[in-house]
Design a protein around this ligand. Structure first.
Ligand code: PLP
Length: 430
């Protein structure tokens, strides 16, 4: 049994001071039973909690730590930058360097604006889409999460799904009315919404590979179909690549599927672990942003020097090391095959979805292609599996509606340990 004394006492204290004891709901272990572990440090593929437990890390800060924890290059860049003062609120050269890298790496981006989180990126991107098109409505997809902006807390996946709050109080009816939702992987539903709201829809926003209802892939021709529907109806297509950007490929899902959005939102990996987001796209659209355009968007700490130095190191590394993506794919394939063998041996036929270094084992026998099929999963069983994995030394996201995120620190040997932990954990919940 894991020792959790220190985490327990810290959590008791935190609950008196911080709502629910956590600064982001997905960190609570509410959906899986038990209390969250308080983390002290991480290095490479390992996470260490306050009680001295050591885990193989498969959350990686929900994606950003794609090269593993506490990389020397990033630490060095950040400490150099820190010496020059953490913030000026004025332009710096490194912001150009980061923008240059993003434009080089992400195929559809010609200009980019830095912000401080993925939420800020998506909120800004839809404001820009509305300002650019002069229309109010947006289409989003059931189970897709785009941060906690009001417009997106309708049929949002991830933490909202885990907590069982379908729509959040505090979101006005007016805002909700401007957000139309359709099931993922269903082009007809989108066409119907477009027909019923002629010339009223500013943008369609989508996770081109969904990660926030668990990992769900776009079906064949689906992203192409959305692109076509947008072109025919003067609607902007926004790919929310906060999770998939720099993870599935240097150029994200748009590179993998070769479908180009008008706007792209980024976050997570882009900051190398620091709080960063960005949105970018075609010049003629991006030039509608203040100070050259009428759409206002600003940030005291946007393009922060420390965040930019971490992000620059991260993106430079990924840009120069294409083998990162083949390595991640090889290890992911090994783990996926290992889990499939385990399931087979134990007479279980649960569903696995995966692409690149993202993967979800769903506790359902149905093929998961949208939020409805994702919800057929046995979440109570997942809770048992999650806790068993912890006992077996592997830290995965405390929710069925999440993906696991591999880092390059997970080698073949650790993959074997993960497969072994998976076998023991599955066996224990039989
Ligand atoms: C994490 C995430 C966000 C929100 O980013 P934050 O930095 O948490 O605000 C938005 N979109 C997607 C697809 C995400 O995975």
């Amino acid at each position: 049994m894991l020792i959790k004394e220190k985490s327990k006492s810290l959590f008791e204290k935190a609950k008196n001071l911080i709502p629910g004891g956590v600064n982001s709901p997905v960190r609570a272990f509410k959906a899986v039973g038990g209390d969250p572990l308080f983390i002290k440090a991480a290095k490479g593929a390992y996470l260490y909690d306050e009680d001295g437990n050591k885990f193989i890390e498969l959350i990686n800060s929900w994606g950003p730590m794609i090269l593993g924890h506490a990389r020397d290059e990033i630490e060095k860049a950040v400490s150099e930058s820190l010496k020059l003062s953490p913030s000026f609120g004025a332009p710096t050269e490194n912001e150009i360097n980061v923008a240059e890298l993003i434009v080089e790496m992400v195929p559809s981006i010609e200009k980019v604006r830095m912000v401080n989180s993925g939420t800020e990126a998506t909120m800004s991107a839809i404001r820009l889409a509305r300002g650019f098109t002069g229309r109010d409505k947006i289409i989003k997809f059931e189970g897709c999460y785009h941060g906690h902006g009001d417009s997106f807390l309708i049929a949002a996946g991830s933490g909202v799904a885990t907590m069982g709050t379908p729509d959040s109080p505090g979101v006005t009816k007016g805002t909700a009315a401007d957000t139309l939702t359709a099931p993922y992987n269903n082009l007809e539903a989108v066409d119907k919404l477009i027909q019923n709201n002629k010339r009223e829809i500013a943008a369609i926003i989508i996770e081109p590979v969904a990660g926030n209802m668990g990992c769900v892939l776009p079906g064949k021709g689906y992203l192409e179909g959305l692109r076509k529907a947008c072109d025919e109806n003067d609607i902007l297509l926004i790919f929310d690549e906060v999770m998939t950007g720099f993870r599935l490929a240097k150029g994200g899902a748009q590179e993998v599927f070769n479908v180009m959005p008008d706007l792209t939102t980024l976050g997570k990996i882009i900051g190398g672990g620091m709080p960063v987001g960005a949105y970018g796209g075609k010049k003629e659209i991006m030039d509608h942003i203040s100070p050259i355009g009428p759409v206002y968007q600003a940030g005291t700490l946007s393009g922060n020097p420390i965040a930019m130095s971490a992000g620059f190191e991260m993106l430079s590394y990924l840009n120069q090391h294409n083998e990162v993506y083949t390595q991640l794919q090889e290890v992911a394939t090994k783990i996926e095959n290992g889990i499939k063998d385990n399931l087979h041996q134990l007479g279980m036929s649960y569903s696995i979805n995966s692409i690149g270094s993202m993967m979800t084992l769903f506790f359902t026998e149905e093929k998961v292609t949208n939020f409805d099929s994702a919800k057929t999963t046995d979440t109570a069983l997942f809770g048992k599996y999650f806790n068993a994995m912890l006992e077996n030394g592997v830290y995965i996201a405390p929710s069925q509606f999440e993906s696991l995120f591999l880092s390059t620190s997970i080698d073949e040997k650790l993959a074997d340990q993960i497969i072994d932990a998976n076998f023991k954990s599955l066996k224990s919940i039989l």
